[in-house]
Structures are given as structure tokens and as C-alpha cells.
Design a protein around this ligand. Structure first.
Ligand code: DGL
Length: 300
């Protein structure tokens, strides 16, 4: 019997979403959750960064990418970009024919349910995500016991994309945020942009030891296994087979170099697509289907 393959579509503006792929890969490999698993990843590097863009633009990008990933065979879509999820989660859900997952909601649920008494949570995110207060609003759905401080960090996405993870210059930028967080007296820090887990090492060295870093992707993968629409456990004894297809709208070599610097290894096969390809997918998806009478006229 052939193996059942599930295609998971993921997207981000750049290499950030690879921190999500990394968590999924390690989760599925250790748990043996799937027989065959295909990651279909889009990095919209030609339009990076998303975090300084207006909401309407992000919504349009999300519609384009959801349509494109669906055309490429995604069985489900993970918004591996928190800026997109903060501003356009409902747009993605409304447009998608397949289930859509984000990282913000599972993070909020986990923080609320695991909190012991009143706690203060720091969230580092892009300007757009911080301004939207998506994390604090999501947490408030579960509890009013947590105080949330959201801080926009506009330089960090560029730093990660440049691959300059551990330099003195990077530590200098991070120390500015570390002292803000320390002054605020936070108990834990959510890495609220998918690029930031790649800076977890240098950042944690600048924070007091008792402050915990939270990677939302690690919480999201746990919630996937609880969700009925996510991949089901098939057979523990079967080996997990994982393939990765990475598509980028910007230069392939730049993406390969950043990914290598972030992951410490080559990310997989990288293909180029254009922004126009994404725009066409959206236009086609939004086009109303021809009524039956019109089709027969068109064929006659
Ligand atoms: N990695 C993305 C996020 O989680 C987008 C960063 C950006 O392009 O500004 O928000």
C-alpha cells in the first residue's frame, strides 16, 4: 500500500517561517505522526519586510498566497508569518478551501492555561503585529490575569535575513530590547515574529536567567495534534518521509544564504516564482465561476 501524503503549505515574508518548519519537522519526526509529509513553503522575499506595511496590503498578499498554495496542492495552510496572522487571519480563513492554522491563537491559549497567578508577558514582534495588539487580544479571550507588553522591533527581521545572527552589532540592537523587557519586569518573552527564534541564543544571554523565551511555533505544533482537521496518527511504526519544496519571489541565492546562516544547514530545494504568479492566483480564485448557461454558450 502506498504511503498517504499530506501537503502542508506554509508562508512568510522570508526565512522566518523556516523556524516553524524546523519545529514541525522535529515534532513529526519524533512522534512518527505521518507516513509522508510534504512541506510547500513560500517566502515572499521580493516584498519583505511585511511588518512595516499597511493592513490592506497584507490582506491582499495573504489572499494571493492562500490561492497560490491551494493551487499547488496544500491540504492545509500554516500562517508562518505572525504579521499576516495578526492582520489577516480571518481573511485567510474566509478565502481558503483548506484548514488554516496560525501561531498566535495556540500561543495565547497555552500562556493563559499554563499561567500561575498574575504574570507579565513581553511580546517582541514586528511594528504591525505590536500595533495590532493581536497577542494581547488573543490572550484576553482566555484570561484577564496576564499583563501583556507588546514591543515593535523593526530592525530584527533585516538582521535575521542578513544572516548576522550572533555579531556584536546584533547584540547591541538586542540589548536595547532586553533592557526594555527587564525594566518592564516580564516573566516570559514571546518571540512574536517567526524570524526571532533564530535570535533566541543571543537574546537569552542578555536577559535575566529567570525570564523564559517562548517560541510560538513550538506551541502550535502541539495544538495541531489535538485538532481533528490536522494530520492524523496513521502508524507509529512507519518511517516519516519528509520532502521540502521552497519557493521564493526574490533572489534564490540570497534566500539560500540566509537560510543556511539561520538553520546551520541547507534548507532544501529552492525554486523561483514571481509576484505576478501570486497575483494571478488571487485574481483567478476571486473570479466568479461562469454560470452553466454561459459555459455551454462558450463551448458552442
Ligand atoms: N516573519 C514575519 C512575522 O512573523 C514577518 C516579518 C516581516 O516581514 O516583517 O511577522
Amino acid at each position: 500500500m502506498g504511503k498517504r501524503q499530506t501537503t502542508i503549505g506554509l508562508f512568510d515574508s522570508g526565512v522566518g517561517g523556516l523556524s516553524v518548519v524546523r519545529q514541525l519537522e522535529s515534532y513529526f519526526t519524533t512522534r512518527g505522526e505521518l507516513e509522508s509529509y510534504r512541506f510547500l513553503y513560500l517566502g515572499d522575499t521580493a516584498r519583505l519586510p511585511y511588518g512595516n506595511r499597511p493592513a490592506q496590503e497584507i490582506k491582499t498578499f495573504v489572499e494571493e498566497i492562500v490561492a497560490w498554495l491551494t493551487n499547488k496542492g496544500a491540504d492545509q495552510i500554516i500562517m508562518a508569518c505572525n504579521t499576516s496572522a495578526a492582520l489577516a487571519y480571518s481573511v485567510a480563513c474566509a478565502q481558503s478551501k483548506v484548514p488554516v492554522f496560525d501561531l498566535i491563537r495556540p500561543t495565547a491559549e497555552h500562556l493563559a492555561k499554563s499561567a500561575r497567578g498574575k504574570q507579565k508577558i513581553g511580546v517582541l514582534a514586528t511594528n504591525a503585529t505590536a500595533k495590532s495588539q493581536a497577542f494581547s487580544k488573543a490572550i484576553k479571550e482566555f484570561t484577564n490575569d496576564l499583563e501583556v507588553v507588546e514591543i515593535g522591533c523593526p530592525e530584527l527581521v533585516g538582521i535575521v535575513e542578513s544572516g548576522d545572527i550572533d555579531s556584536d552589532a546584533t547584540k547591541k540592537v538586542l540589548s536595547k530590547y532586553a533592557s526594555q523587557l527587564e525594566k518592564a519586569g516580564v516573566d516570559s518573552v514571546v518571540l512574536g515574529c517567526t524570524h526571532y527564534p533564530f535570535l533566541a541564543g543571543p537574546l537569552s544571554s542578555l536577559l535575566p536567567e529567570n525570564v523564559q523565551l517562548v517560541d510560538p511555533a513550538a506551541l502550535m505544533v502541539r495544538s495541531l495534534s489535538k485538532n481533528k482537521t490536522s494530520p492524523q496518527l496513521l502508524d507509529d511504526s512507519n518511517e516519516v518521509e519528509i520532502t521540502k519544496e521552497l519557493y521564493v519571489t526574490g533572489p534564490l541565492a540570497d534566500f539560500a544564504a540566509s537560510a543556511q546562516a539561520c538553520l546551520g544547514q541547507a534548507p532544501g530545494t529552492i525554486y523561483g516564482i514571481t509576484v505576478q504568479d501570486l497575483q494571478t492566483a488571487r485574481t483567478e480564485a476571486l473570479q466568479p465561476a461562469l454560470p452553466v448557461a454561459d459555459i455551454s454558450t462558450a463551448l458552442s
